[in-house]
Ligand binder design. Structure first.
Ligand SMILES: *Cc1c(COP(=O)(O)O)cnc(C)c1O
Ligand SMILES: *[C@@H]1O[C@H](CO)[C@@H](O)[C@H](O)[C@H]1NC(C)=O
Length: 548
């Protein structure tokens, strides 16, 4: 008998004969079974039997499809050719062509002169061009504060071009400006004694808030398998954060009439692993606001965090009341709100690449920090994801806020929300009931859909694109959204007139179906694409961005 066989024999003898081990095994089995059952129970409670079954069905379908693609060459060929066709469309629409376009894919041997650089940029602009954003036909995207403000921002950049807030001893003025940007925002959101930080944009603000709540929940409640509860209408950045940090997300449906998250479903989804709830003020797809007061009550009662996403609401929401528009509470005055994200680079008119994440108190903010006391390079501490950061952007943001002032933002709120509300009012009044507005949007975004079977709203979107408009197509239900900016204000009449034409044309000469397949940030990709391959197409889109 070999040594190992003898050992295994002895172990077997021991385990079989020792009742204590038997009990232990049974206990272990029961423990594993119970924790599994608890997980299943929580999952079912949060999502309901029907959606769980549907989720499983979707998953099964995807597996079958992947399997089919592996074993059926004809299917694979078909999918591959569809993806290749889509890639072509993306490349043609993104990558400039023609003799005149010079590609610079390696360093010039000698450095170029400043005059050459400016000249080359002008040439690129002329040859490739860019969308005519100043005519106001773009939904969101360009939050232009006016040419005077742009000059103020560029001057601020120039002044602080080399600065880096990672070294506050070298650049004390940038540290001061960052602290003041945060302080001004905290006051706007009625939490002057709270705490915050600037980030590179709304997505980073949201990612930091999720990390903060995760670490807070781990430290104060010992949660090691974190879950968060997110309305289906919330920004994709929450799912992105969850994907980065491996957090389970319960996606909660909205009430299709109010477009607000279903509160009873939120309540049901909260369990001992919940770190935070999410509400939007306002959301991206239809610009509606969740019931923050009710979410706050739930969060306070169950001792979980509540992040209010005010990225898009930014410098509009805090001025709604003073501007005389109807408003419901959304800021730190609501009990239970633990964090708010606010994009200075949207309606704050700050340069792109700046946002603020705010917390109820400084203690909560400490969970956002990264500190490494033993790094070979010295004690390392940074507040957010980035190490080195652009001080010039902070200076630009500070300058924009100083230039605008309360009066400036109040006026911009009045005119922009005024334009959005006029759009909503006229869509309701002037289309013979063919179109309707989703929910009751309080701020700058208006989404509308068709209730006339002859009118495909995405086809209307296609016709609007031909008229030079860059609008966003959304789904569930199929609708179009427009985010009004300062540039939209003077073109409301044109918008309504073009929309009337587009609706008429979609009835008189229907093309069959709208092709407004959406890729966020890209406008539209033409062609009807099988949903099973849209993920791969989005990947191809990202690859294309880096094609020199
Ligand atoms: C824009 C936006 C964000 C953040 O997006 P960034 O592009 O990262 O600034 C988050 N939530 C909503 C509702 C938004 O519209
Ligand atoms: C949605 O909200 C409306 C208005 O508050 C309400 O009448 C309706 O019952 C709600 N629908 C669902 C499915 O909860």
């Amino acid at each position: 008998m070999s040594a190992s066989a003898s050992l295994s024999h002895r172990v077997k003898a021991l385990t079989v004969s020792n009742p204590l081990v038997e009990h232990f095994k049974t206990a272990l089995f029961v423990y594993v079974l119970l924790t599994r059952l608890l997980k299943v129970h929580r999952h079912l409670r949060a999502r309901g039997l029907r959606s769980t079954a549907l989720e499983y069905w979707t998953w099964l379908n995807k597996q079958l499809l992947l399997f089919a693609l592996r074993v059926l060459p004809a299917q694979r060929k078909k999918a591959e050719s569809e993806i290749a066709a889509a890639k072509k469309i993306i490349e043609t629409s993104l990558i400039p062509k023609g003799e005149a376009v010079v590609r610079h894919t390696s360093l010039p041997p000698q450095g170029q002169s400043p005059a050459w650089i400016l000249d080359e940029m002008t040439k690129m602009d002329n040859e490739i061009g860019h969308a005519e954003w100043k005519n106001g036909k773009i939904s969101g995207a360009v939050y232009h504060g006016g040419d005077d403000l742009t000059k103020v921002i560029v001057d601020a950049y120039a002044h602080y071009a080399v600065s880096n807030p990672l070294h506050p001893d070298v650049f004390p003025a940038v540290r001061k400006m960052e602290a003041e940007v945060v302080a001004m925002c905290l006051r706007m959101f009625n939490n002057p004694n709270g705490a915050g930080a600037t980030t590179s944009g709304g997505t980073e603000s949201i990612i930091m808030s999720v990390k903060t709540h995760r670490d807070w929940a781990r430290a104060t409640k010992g949660i090691t398998e974190p879950e968060m509860i997110v309305p289906i209408s919330a920004h994709a950045a929450f799912d992105k954060a969850a994907a980065y940090f491996n957090i389970k997300v319960h996606t909660i449906p909205i009430n299709m009439t109010t477009r607000q998250v279903d509160l009873s479903r939120v309540a049901r989804a909260i369990n001992a692993n919940t770190i935070m709830l999410v509400g939007s003020a306002v959301n991206f797809p239809d610009g509606c606001q969740d019931d923050i007061v009710a979410l706050g009550k739930l969060a306070a009662k169950r001792h979980v965090g509540l992040h209010v996403d005010c990225c898009l609401g930014s410098f509009i929401m805090p001025f709604l009341e003073a501007a005389g528009f109807p408003t419901t509470p959304f800021d730190f005055r609501v009990e239970g709100v633990t964090a708010i994200s606010c994009d200075t680079h949207k309606y704050g008119f700050a340069p792109k690449g700046n946002s603020v994440i705010m917390y109820r108190n400084a203690e909560l903010r400490t969970y956002q920090y990264y500190v490494n006391p033993t790094w070979m390079g010295g004690l390392y501490a940074s507040p957010s994801i980035a190490g080195s950061r652009p001080g010039s952007l902070i200076a630009g943001t500070w300058a924009a806020m100083q230039y605008m002032g309360s009066e400036g933002y109040l006026e911009s709120c009045r005119t922009i929300v005024g334009a959005a509300q006029e759009i909503a009012r006229r869509i309701k009044a002037e289309f013979d009931g063919k179109l309707y507005v989703l929910g009751n949007p309080p701020a700058t975004v208006v989404a509308f859909a068709s209730r006339d079977p002859r009118v495909s709203i995405h086809e209307v979107g296609d016709i609007m694109s031909k008229k030079g408009w860059h609008l966003n197509g959304i789904i569930n239900p199929n609708a179009i959204h427009i985010a009004a900016t300062r540039l939209t204000v003077p073109v409301v009449d044109t918008f309504i007139a073009d929309l009337k034409d587009a609706v008429r044309e979609s009835i008189s000469s229907p093309s069959g179906h709208g092709t407004m397949v959406q890729l966020y940030g890209m406008g539209k990709v033409a062609g009807a694409l099988a949903p099973s391959i849209t993920g791969q197409i989005a990947t191809a889109f990202l690859d294309t961005l880096y094609k020199a």
